[in-house]
Ligand binder design. Structure first.
Ligand code: ATP
Ligand code: MN
Ligand code: MN
Length: 310
């Protein structure tokens, strides 16, 4: 038998993808679909040109479920031994000194996250090149149970109008869960405090117009029977699930950018999943978020003033 050289090639029961070692490639991560670790790694390999432009170079939080979705899952912000060394790290200054965060640059890095059992990937709204200046805002529409889907659609549309009337351009994505995200591209200019104050003012003004159905207040009591416009995704260190990444939920749903004209009563937040997304992407004539970067504006003094933020 040929002797296996240390560190070269997969061992028995392992495989490798894009040069990254995958242990337990046949481990079922999503039992409802029989979706394995290798399947998920191949999914990211296949859609890498869609997922990477939005995700690359952002500090990450991970939801790791090493035994799969039905096993124990935990949120993790800082690298631990299980994360392959090849996944890049960045020092992020904090109150008690710097802490390391993971980020990705390539499809191989994504495979490295899958190797560590990352079933969800949640990036910051800024990139490591300008950590203190977010380049997106996220308005996260969270319907309380029992809210009709057409209400969620209506609020997505009216909030879009409000944001556009301010001179910004929101883009829409399904979350793979229950709600929708409106994502607004920014020139990285204003800091986190300003970004959050701006998002809060917009959310509160919107909620005030329809207080029976909307709230910008995260308290459980206020959210009862309403849609919560969650602006809290826009603080330093806060995250929102990345476009084109999977959720650790039934059917392996994926958070997916869509065009505004795709928003209709038949579309649900969990419409797309690991199984059917590749077909959608193959059939698309153009990027549903075409023009995203070009639409970026700085949150300048005039914009802040227009919503009453000093
Ligand atoms: P849904 O449409 O079901 O609301 P969602 O991704 O918007 O899906 P939320 O519960 O609204 O889910 O959370 C919004 C974002 O906040 C998440 O995508 C995640 O990045 C972050 N988040 C939520 N809960 C946690 C948590 N316990 N730890 C870290 N980040 C979290
Ligand atoms: Mn949400
Ligand atoms: Mn939320």
């Amino acid at each position: 038998k040929p002797r296996r050289k240390a560190g070269i090639g997969p061992r028995k029961g392992e495989t490798s993808l894009l040069g990254v070692r995958l242990t337990h490639p046949d481990r079922v991560l999503f039992p409802d679909q029989g979706l394995t670790k290798l399947d998920l790694a191949r999914f990211y390999e296949q859609i890498q040109d869609w997922v990477l432009p939005h995700l690359a170079r952002r500090p990450l939080a991970l939801l790791r479920c090493p035994e799969g979705r039905d096993g124990e899952c935990f949120f993790q912000k800082h690298p631990r031994a299980a994360i392959p060394q090849r996944v890049p790290r960045v020092d992020v200054p904090g109150k008690e000194g710097s802490k390391e965060y993971l980020y990705v640059e390539s499809a191989a890095d994504l495979v490295g996250l899958v190797q560590a059992g990352a079933l969800e990937i949640h990036p910051w709204g800024s990139r490591i090149d300008h950590l203190e200046q977010p380049d997106i805002l996220v308005f996260d529409l969270d319907p309380h149970e029992g809210i009709a889907w057409r209400e969620v659609l209506r609020v997505a549309r009216t909030l879009r109008e409000r944001i556009e009337s301010l001179g910004l351009t929101p883009f829409l994505r399904t979350t793979g869960g229950k709600g929708l995200h409106l994502v607004v591209p920014l020139e990285p200019d204003a800091d986190w405090d300003r970004a959050k104050a701006f998002a809060r003012a917009v959310a509160e003004q919107h909620a005030r117009e329809d207080p029976k159905r909307l709230t910008a207040n995260m308290s459980k009591a206020r959210r009862e029977g309403r849609i919560f416009i969650d602006y809290l995704r826009n603080g330093r260190g806060s995250t929102a699930v990345a476009s084109y990444t999977v959720r650790a939920r039934k059917n392996a749903p994926v958070a997916v950018p869509i065009r505004w004209d795709e928003l209709n009563p038949a579309l649900r937040a969990d419409r797309y999943n690991v199984g059917n997304l590749p077909r959608r992407l193959a059939a698309l004539r153009r990027d549903p978020w075409a023009g995203f970067r070009e639409a970026a504006r700085p949150l300048d003094a005039g914009l802040l003033e227009s919503v009453g933020v000093q």
